[in-house]
Design a protein around this ligand. Structure first.
Ligand SMILES: NC(=O)C1=CN([C@@H]2O[C@H](COP(=O)(O)OP(=O)(O)OC[C@H]3O[C@@H](n4cnc5c(N)ncnc54)[C@H](OP(=O)(O)O)[C@@H]3O)[C@@H](O)[C@H]2O)C=CC1
Ligand SMILES: O=CCCC(=O)O
Length: 287
């Protein structure tokens, strides 16, 4: 039986770990808020008391955490990953963070005798539930091969992009495009509605042309119905835009439209919409 650890059981992590359990893997879990581990424990996952305990007891541990601060706390904090890693054990951080955070974690894990891979994902709550994520791995090749049976239960497309940092960069590029698209889409819907056009008609015309895409198809109807239940929390999209803009600074790429989108998402967070879906940017735009 394949044995994996899983740390971080939020919207994404709980669905991803569930797919490992359902596929018959032995899974040891930990989440900061213990109640989120209950459903998985009922399905047969083993609970650990700390991240250290998880990595100590598993050859390969996956993590899916909110942001760079969470990823660092789980790795470097008391009873964290670093206290339990060693002897070739593998740590695969699937959180969306910046390349520097990922590299810091990777260097520390390797210094303790462990192996490290970053593997952020494209795809949201439903693909996480369906096991159809796109996994953007980078780092230790042997660990990539060893983690593959787990990846295959969580994703439909798994790629290795090179050294640690390249997976984070790819993820930030993709999400920056997504954040800008969502902002523009919501401005279009708000403009059309204020001009007196029917929302269904706008969605129909956009969906029939060159701009048709799965995100507009899924989110369009939910925005029309003012359903902003979180699949991808708005606070995480703002974090991704912030990190993408910082990457632009580092490599000397001007990001005029994306910096503006970041300001919109910052405003929506300040307005209290951070825990709603990122499509709730519409509520800030339509005001
Ligand atoms: N939702 C989505 O559609 C997608 C999200 N992502 C990325 O995946 C990651 C997780 O996203 P998602 O599951 O949606 O987010 P959630 O907010 O649902 O979950 C965040 C997880 O991080 C944990 N966490 C936060 N801070 C800390 C901390 N200081 N110490 C320990 N654990 C902490 C939370 O624990 P607790 O339960 O205690 O709060 C929870 O397990 C993010 O990086 C996000 O950008 C990537 C692709 C899609
Ligand atoms: O990081 C979240 C991305 C959501 C998605 O790819 O649908």
């Amino acid at each position: 039986m394949q044995k994996f650890g899983f740390i971080g059981l939020g919207i994404m992590g709980s669905a991803m770990a569930k797919n490992l359990v359902k596929a018959g893997c032995s899974v040891t879990i930990w989440n900061r808020s213990p109640e989120k581990a209950e459903e998985l424990a009922a399905l047969g996952a083993e609970r650990a008391a700390t991240p250290c305990e998880v990595v100590e007891s598993c050859p390969v541990t996956f993590a899916m955490l909110a942001d760079p601060a969470a990823a660092e706390e789980v790795c470097f904090g008391k009873h964290g990953v670093l206290e339990g890693i060693g002897e070739g054990r593998g740590y695969v951080d699937m959180s969306t963070v910046d390349p520097a955070t990922s590299q810091r974690i990777g260097v520390a894990v390797v210094a303790k005798g462990g192996r490290f891979l970053e593997a952020p994902v494209s795809g949201s709550k439903k693909p996480a539930e369906d096991g159809t994520l796109i996994i953007l791995a980078a780092g230790d090749r042997n660990l990539y091969d060893e983690a593959m049976p787990g990846f295959e239960k969580m994703g439909k497309k798994i790629i290795h992009l090179g050294d640690v940092g390249k997976g984070a960069e790819m993820k930030l590029v993709v999400n920056m495009v997504m954040g800008g698209m969502m902002a523009c889409f919501c401005e279009g819907l708000a403009l059309g509605e204020k001009a007196g056009l029917a929302t269904d008609a706008i969605l129909d015309v956009i969906g029939a042309g060159a701009m048709a895409n799965p995100m507009f198809a899924l989110k369009g109807g939910l925005i029309r119905d003012r359903n902003f239940a979180p699949a991808f929390p708005l606070k995480h999209m703002q974090k991704d835009l912030r990190l993408a803009v910082a990457l632009g600074d580092r490599v000397g790429q001007p990001l005029v439209a994306s910096a503006a989108a970041n300001e919109l998402f910052k405003g929506a967070r300040a307005a209290g919409f951070g825990d709603e879906d990122f499509s709730a940017i519409f509520k800030t735009i339509e005001r």
